[in-house]
Ligand binder design. Structure first.
Ligand code: COM
Length: 526
């Protein structure tokens, strides 16, 4: 369908996208100026990296084209990944509160039969096309970016791509073909019905799970596991590494980790660390999963009953086509090798998003796309994503940035810790209603040990903030600014932080706590 001279409204886009998704034979969606098939760059893949990269290039006066196999822009985020994850995490937070406060105050008695994984998956499926529609509408009408959707791109050479029966020429190609969940080849039974990953969960779940075994210890494993468990689906996580000590996460403070993982256990989740999956078992070769055999850290093998196995082992980039057509270098970790300008080893070929090293997070996807575009448009711009603020959700929101206490102590002579609850030998901190803030106030006054954790790591000599670590609710905004402030060349001192204007009572108390200590010429812990 050619939409170039039409201006579908959001409802019309929803209809077109849903029709296209339902019919594998549906026609491509063309939003192109067909008179001129030559572009500054073709973005192969219109996920977050491709969409933001193309929009930035257009804003700079360039001419990008996005091609995507899906009938919408935005990639896996609004379709199978971040957006459903956030629905599930928000549900987990609400369910957790309803369980703890069941039949207290104004809370009704918690009715576990009303907490359904399947219902939330369906809620998401029924609504997801509206996000898709907005992506298509905004990209066309507000950002003026050309695209071909619902059509698979074939890379012919470094300057030529075909899609929807047409040939497009470009000075540059930007590869943003995303990634897919890892399925380990050495665990028999992972192809059984009843085994899901975050993609098949939303695409294929057709029953209400009652007992879950998660294989893997990734963020996805923790986040989805916390959600499944909060709905009442008893969950066991089987992870080779201790949770939050997996290779993909850095700068995880041990006290934060203990609070988060301890909180998951407190809620009844079983967490088997140092454990390996052996097999997923069922009736016959193709019967639905009924149990998982797991080798514990002791070497003992146990069989865990389950009707729902969920894989949370990370993701692998989709590199095969580009590697074959273009000969781009792939690193030992399976990601495309790029420099800080997102250039591959092949001139004119850039790679972005989940295809390259670094965290598979939104900021990297979008900024890597923008970095490719700005370089293509003649700027000399590097994007270093080695340091960044990070987060995950259990039933809490967990945020961290900069050095851990242990990393700081290993590097510096004098490290000051500003922490809540305070670390004071012998203090009965489970009874302390702190930190109390928006999102944890009710907990603070009735179940104080659930009210969260926070730690600020400060260089005692330069007085600069080195790291911040938080478990609670609503602190993500603060952390994206803290990240910027502490990673500036001049950094951020405890004195400057303590002189900011807090919006009382904010979820992280670093401003007020810093102010309580900043008067001291020689800093001490708090
Ligand atoms: C977000 C998708 S769901 S994008 O980053 O706006 O393209």
């Amino acid at each position: 369908m050619d939409v170039r001279d039409r201006h579908p409204n959001l409802g019309e886009w929803i209809e077109l996208i849903e029709r296209s998704l339902a019919d594998p034979e549906s026609e491509p969606i063309l939003n192109i100026d067909a008179d001129d098939p030559h572009y500054d760059a073709v973005f192969v893949g219109g996920g977050a990296g491709g969409r933001f990269g193309a929009a930035y290039m257009r804003a700079m006066g360039g001419r990008p084209l996005i091609i995507d196999a899906w009938p919408f822009l935005g990639g896996s985020c609004p379709h199978q990944a971040c957006v459903p994850h956030h629905i599930f995490s928000e549900a987990a937070e609400e369910l957790d509160r309803m369980r703890w406060f069941s039949d207290e105050l104004f809370f009704p008695k918690f009715d576990p039969s009303r907490a359904s994984i399947l219902e939330l998956v369906r809620l998401f499926l029924n609504g997801r096309a509206s996000a898709h529609a907005f992506m298509n509408w905004q990209t066309k009408e507000q950002l003026d970016v050309e695209y071909v959707l619902n059509a698979r791109a074939t890379i012919v050479d470094a300057h030529t791509v075909t899609a929807a029966g047409r040939t497009f020429h470009a000075d540059n190609l930007v590869l943003g073909m995303g990634a897919r969940p890892v399925v380990p080849p050495d665990v028999p039974g992972l192809d059984r019905p009843g085994v899901f990953d975050f993609v098949s969960l939303v695409e294929e779940l057709g029953y209400e799970p009652t007992r879950c075994v998660i294989i893997g210890g990734s963020k996805v494993a923790m986040e989805y596991g916390a959600f499944f468990h909060a709905t009442g689906c008893d969950t066991t996580i089987v992870s080779r590494s201790p949770l939050m000590r997996t290779r993909a996460l850095h700068h995880v403070d041990e006290d934060l980790r203990q609070y988060v993982v301890g909180g998951m256990r407190k809620r009844g989740m079983e967490i088997l660390e140092g454990a390996h999956p052996v097999s997923v078992n069922g009736d016959g070769a193709r019967g639905r999963a009924r149990s998982a055999t797991v080798r514990l850290s002791s070497g003992e093998e146990v069989e865990l009953e389950t009707d729902f196995v969920f894989l949370g082992l990370g993701e692998r980039p989709n590199t095969a086509q580009a590697q074959q057509a273009l000969g781009i270098d792939i690193g030992a970790n399976g990601r495309v090798v790029v420099d800080k300008r997102m250039r591959t080893n092949v001139p004119g070929i850039y790679a972005i998003g989940d295809m390259i090293d670094g965290p598979m997070e939104m900021f990297k996807a979008r900024k890597s796309g923008v970095t490719a575009s700005r370089n293509i448009m003649g700027e000399d711009l590097e994007f270093d994503f080695s340091e960044f603020p990070d987060f995950l959700h259990t039933t809490y929101e967990v945020t961290w940035v900069g050095l851990t206490e242990a990393e700081a102590r290993a590097a510096l002579d004098e490290v000051i810790i500003i922490q809540m609850p305070p670390y004071v030998e012998g203090l009965d901190t489970p009874n302390l209603p702190l930190p109390c803030a928006e999102g944890t106030m009710l907990y603070a006054f009735s179940k104080p040990e659930l009210s969260g954790f926070q730690k600020l790591v400060v260089d005692g000599v330069t007085r600069k903030v080195l790291g911040a670590h938080h478990c609670g609710y609503g602190a993500k905004d603060a952390f994206q600014y803290l990240d910027y402030l502490i990673h500036r060349p001049e950094g951020l001192t405890i004195d400057e932080l303590g002189w900011m204007n807090e919006l009382f009572l904010n979820p992280e108390h670093f401003v007020q706590l810093s102010r309580l200590r900043a008067g001291k010429a020689s800093l001490t812990h708090l």
